[in-house]
Ligand binder design. Structure first.
Ligand SMILES: [Zn+2]
Length: 252
C-alpha cells in the first residue's frame, strides 16, 4: 500500500527522521508547503534530493501583510524550481485576521495569477472566509487543492465543479467533526486527498501530540470506514489523486 501526505510542514532538521517513519508505514509521497518568504527555501531544501518529496512556495494568509512586491518577486523566482509543484499555501483566514482582509484578498489573487502563469495548482487555506474564497476561486480559472477542508458539502460541490481537489486532515477524525465526516462520505473518491498538516492537527488517537506524516494513515483509515472500502482502496485512490493534482509520479 502506498499513502501520500499532500500537506506537511517539515523542517530540514525534523524531515529525515519523520520521513523515514512515514515510509516505514507506507507513506510514499509528500508535499511540503511554505508559508512565507523565509521558509520557502527551507521547503525547497527538504524536497531537493528526495525523489518522494515535493514542495510549494507562497504566503499563508497570516503572513500576507509581509508580501510586498520584492518578496513576491522572490517567491515567483523560487516557484520556478523543479521541485516546486504548486503555489501556496495561500488563501484567506478571517478567524485570526493577522493581515487585513483587503490585503489577504490582494495577495491571494496574486498567488492565483502566478499559479495560472506557471500552470501549477494552488494550495488553498480557508478559515471563516468561505464566501470570499469560493467567489474568488470560482472566477479565477485556477486549479488546485483545498487543504484541511472543513466546509459544507454544498461548498465542496461548487469547488469540485470548478475542478478542485479536497484534502482532509486529521480534523476529520475528531469526535466533534460529524458534519465533516458526512461531507467526506459523500464526495466523489477520485477528488479526495489526504494530509496531516504536520506539525498541527494530529489525528485521533494522537491528539495533543506533535503531528507527523506517518499519521496520515489514520486519515485514510477513517475514509475507509466512511466509504465502506478496504484500506488499500483508499491508499490507491488518494495516491492516484495526489499524482494527478500535483502532476507528479511517485517512485516505484
Ligand atoms: Zn499548512
Amino acid at each position: 500500500m502506498r499513502f501520500t501526505d499532500s500537506h506537511c510542514h517539515l523542517t530540514r532538521s525534523a524531515a529525515e527522521a519523520a520521513l523515514e517513519r512515514a515510509r516505514e508505514g507506507g507513506v510514499r509521497g509528500f508535499v511540503v508547503p511554505g508559508t512565507k518568504l523565509e521558509d520557502a527555501p527551507e521547503a525547497i531544501a527538504v524536497a531537493t534530493g528526495r525523489e518522494d518529496v515535493w514542495c510549494a512556495v507562497g504566503f499563508h494568509p497570516h503572513e500576507a501583510k509581509d508580501c510586498d512586491d520584492a518578496a513576491f518577486a522572490e517567491i515567483e523566482r523560487l516557484a520556478g524550481d523543479p521541485k516546486v509543484v504548486a503555489v501556496g499555501e495561500c488563501g484567506l483566514d478571517y478567524h485570526y485576521m493577522h493581515s487585513p482582509r483587503e490585503t489577504q484578498i490582494a495577495v491571494f489573487e496574486r498567488h492565483i495569477a502566478l499559479a495560472k502563469k506557471l500552470d501549477k495548482p494552488i494550495i488553498v487555506h480557508n478559515r471563516e472566509s468561505t464566501d470570499d474564497c469560493v467567489e474568488i476561486l470560482l472566477r479565477s480559472g485556477a486549479r488546485g487543492i483545498l487543504h484541511s477542508y472543513t466546509e459544507s458539502l454544498e461548498v465542496a460541490e461548487k469547488l469540485l465543479a470548478a475542478g478542485f481537489f479536497i484534502s482532509f486532515s486529521g480534523i476529520v477524525t475528531f469526535r466533534s467533526a460529524e458534519m465533516l465526516r458526512g461531507v467526506a462520505k459523500a464526495l466523489p473518491h477520485d477528488r479526495v486527498l489526504i494530509e496531516t498538516d504536520t506539525p498541527f492537527l494530529a489525528p485521533v488517537p494522537y491528539r495533543g501530540k506533535e503531528n507527523e506524516p506517518a499519521f496520515v494513515v489514520k486519515v485514510a483509515e477513517l475514509l475507509a470506514s466512511l466509504w465502506e472500502k478496504p484500506l488499500d482502496y483508499v491508499a490507491d485512490v488518494t495516491t492516484a489523486n495526489f499524482e494527478r493534482a500535483f502532476s507528479v509520479n511517485l517512485p516505484r
